[in-house]
Design a protein. Structure first.
Length: 86
């Protein structure tokens, strides 16, 4: 694999994910355009609300264990690490 430029060689799965991500990005751009542009979106608090909503959903996933964060909600230790790292 290390000697291959594209080990997935145009994999249908990778291409489908790329197309899906591109479509979602364009949907988002069109939504902002429909508001009157980015300045209007910021004035309405749209990006800030999107960031807050994303942070809330992420924290819910951490808290429920749906998303694993080593040392936070899985494989946490009861004692703090020592300054020497041992």
């Amino acid at each position: 694999m290390a000697n291959t430029i594209d080990p997935l060689a145009g994999s249908y799965f990778v291409e489908a994910l790329t197309d899906q991500m591109e479509q979602q990005a364009w949907d988002y751009i069109h939504r902002i355009d429909e508001m009157g542009g980015m300045v209007t979106a910021v004035e309405r608090g749209y990006p800030q609300a999107e960031i807050a909503d994303s942070a809330y959903k992420y924290q819910k996933q951490i808290d429920s264990g749906e998303k694993i964060m080593v040392g936070v909600n899985k494989y946490a230790t009861d004692h703090p690490p020592s300054p020497s790292g041992e």
